[in-house]
Design a protein around this ligand. Structure first.
Ligand code: BGC
Length: 354
């Protein structure tokens, strides 16, 4: 799929009624790849975007990298522009899984392959592939961590637990929260785990945009309504680090009981001090370098006219059928293995974690 100088100009001018700036593609470019990321607010998407750009460029592609500030309309406009600009393949980490159907119909029409990055894009047949971490395993790992830490197979408790998950429009939430609940529900049914707030449905425990402040505000309410009388909180299932941080901030200001066991995901730098000092018991490490490398491999295969590597053809149905997927492996990180997983592997320097 090598293309000549200014091929994109032609494509751009063919899009009816739209005035778009043509993107000049270098003569030797292997093609122009659009990479749409949700936001720069959270650490991981900056890493994902940078890794993708660096690796695609190293392979000879040009990269049109866009961040949408967690605003769905902005992301739709960015993807529209990518199509109009002649981007030849789109890699998209969606803000809301259900909001890209219309714009992606244009991509399909223009024969532009789409890879859903990390989050599945729902209810559109324009998605060719999905690359992510095993999201269900992320949730199960968090749930199992709590089972082991509370020794639920041997202790009767009852232990008090609360739940905090992410944005309800992010399809991953169904897998993170679903995986954790599949592990924890039997202990709730057995009366070993009790939820003093009673908040247990996905809607009740969701956090719009995965925002720390939103999780914190909800948790402050929970603490003042259900724990102000000295009731002990034993565990918090938080689906990721930005929401775990909200829980930790709320506890710092409003709770004097024994500190609960808290889960997380991403190993964000902001959470690492709390993991190292024991405030956050674990995080699930998803090495964004691995995901980016895999997606670059997929892009390259598709651009050469081949099939992308996949390792799962059963799990991720986006409403139009199962999307062939590549699932990378998540790993639990605690104070005991963070050095090996994060520092020795070169993900962070020792200094970054101070
Ligand atoms: C990602 C998580 C991330 C969350 C918030 C999810 O879709 O899989 O790694 O913590 O979004 O950005």
């Amino acid at each position: 799929m090598k293309r000549k100088l200014f091929a994109a100009t032609l494509c751009a001018s063919m899009v009816a009624g739209m005035i778009v700036a043509p993107v000049a593609v270098k003569a030797e470019s292997k093609g122009l790849i659009g990479v749409a990321m949700p936001t720069q607010d959270l650490q991981r998407w900056n890493q994902d975007g940078e890794n993708m750009k660096k690796e695609l460029e190293a392979k000879g592609y040009e990269v049109d990298l866009q961040y949408a500030g967690n605003d769905v309309a902005t992301q739709v406009a960015q993807v529209e522009n990518m199509i109009a600009n002649g981007d030849q393949l789109l890699v998209i980490a969606s803000i809301e899984g259900d909001s890209l159907g219309t714009v992606l119909a244009q991509a399909k029409e223009a024969n532009i392959p789409v890879i859903a990055y990390d989050r599945l894009i729902m209810n559109t047949d324009a998605v060719s592939y999905y690359a992510t971490f095993d999201n269900y395993l992320v949730g199960k790992t968090q749930g199992q961590f709590l089972v082991d830490a509370l020794d639920l197979d041997n202790q009767d408790g009852p232990f008090n637990i609360e739940f905090v998950t992410g944005d309800p429009g992010d399809n991953n939430v169904n897998f993170f929260f679903g995986g954790a609940m599949d592990v924890l529900q039997p202990y709730i049914d057995a009366g070993k785990l009790v939820v003093p707030s009673g908040q247990m449905t996905k809607e009740e425990v969701a956090t719009a945009n995965w925002a720390t402040e939103t999780a914190q505000a909800r948790f402050e309410n929970i603490l003042s309504s259900f724990y102000a009388d000295g009731t002990n909180l034993d565990a918090v299932l938080a689906s990721n680090d930005s929401t775990a941080l909200g829980v930790e901030n709320a506890l710092d200001a409003n709770y004097t009981g024994e500190y609960p066991i808290i889960t997380g995901q991403d190993c964000d730098i902001a959470n690492m001090p709390n993991i190292i000092n024991g405030k956050q018991a674990m995080s699930v490490f998803k090495d964004t370098r691995t995901l980016a490398s895999k997606v670059v491999e997929m892009v390259d295969a598709i651009m050469q006219g081949g099939e992308a590597p996949v390792n799962d053809t059963e799990t991720y149905d986006n409403g139009t059928g199962v999307i062939p997927s590549y699932l990378c492996e998540p790993v639990a990180v605690t104070v005991d293995n963070y050095k090996e997983m994060l520092v020795d592997s070169g993900y962070y320097t020792e200094d970054q974690l101070k």
